[in-house]
Design a protein. Structure first.
Length: 230
């Protein structure tokens, strides 16, 4: 299964001034329609992409979103029975947006959106926030595209789902330390110029392995910041 993770791995472009990097990529494959994702609040619908019979879920973990500690983003690649890409979607602030139709219907020469070697869909990561989109132009739909990286940086402190913080409890004062740390160390103005992000094969793991790793990643970062939890 991990072999398919490499074979169809999306190509990610990140802002030249992006302060964060992808730490791990969790991978999971679903072969039944109308099943629920194991890491995102959604149910798959193969009928949205004619011919699709399975979907590959890529789950990207970063230590930070520009507004909080912890970030998990997603890309979904749909395949037909011949192993050809039939569709693709990217996560967008708790929802998901179609990328494949945009790729195939766009006639603009400046989007740089493509499928390379018939197996690698390219996505652009929103600066600081890391929503996965088919084109940087779509990022301007987000009203706080620039303010989230500066004026609104760090505002949520530690913000992770309950399953990852079962034994992590911090005070309001320590949460404010995280807010200030993000704001003081990572605030930036997006360049809106993008470079390809290199993800080495060793950073791909099974989704369930990634879910086991996330609490330890959070604790490592809290330790680094000198914040007591528990």
């Amino acid at each position: 299964m991990i072999e398919d993770a490499f074979k169809y791995s999306p190509i990610i472009f990140m802002d030249k001034k992006e302060p964060f990097r992808i730490r791990k990529v969790g991978f999971c494959e679903y072969t039944e329609n109308r099943v629920k994702s194991s890491s995102f609040n959604r149910i798959f619908d193969f009928e949205n992409f004619p011919g699709a019979c399975r979907v590959l879920e890529y789950t990207y973990y970063l230590d930070y979103d520009i507004q909080h500690l912890y970030d998990l983003e997603h890309i979904w690649v749909y395949l037909n029975d011949k192993g050809i890409i039939a569709g693709a979607e990217g996560s967008f602030h708790g929802r998901f947006l179609n990328a494949y139709r945009f790729i195939n219907e766009s006639n603009s020469s400046d989007t740089n959106v493509t499928i390379l070697n018939d197996s690698h869909v390219s996505f652009y990561s929103q600066p600081g926030k890391h929503a996965m989109l088919a084109s940087p132009k779509l990022m301007y739909l987000y009203s706080e595209l620039f303010s989230s990286c500066d004026r609104l940086a760090g505002i949520h402190g530690l913000d992770a789902p309950d399953e990852y913080v079962k034994d992590i409890h911090i005070s309001e004062a320590d949460n404010e330390k995280i807010v200030n740390y993000i704001r003081e160390n990572y605030s930036f103005t997006p360049s809106m110029e993008f470079d390809r992000c290199e993800i080495v094969p060793g950073n791909y793991v099974g989704l369930y392995e990634l879910k086991k790793l996330i609490p330890s990643y959070l604790k490592q970062e809290l330790d680094r910041l000198g914040i007591i939890y528990g």
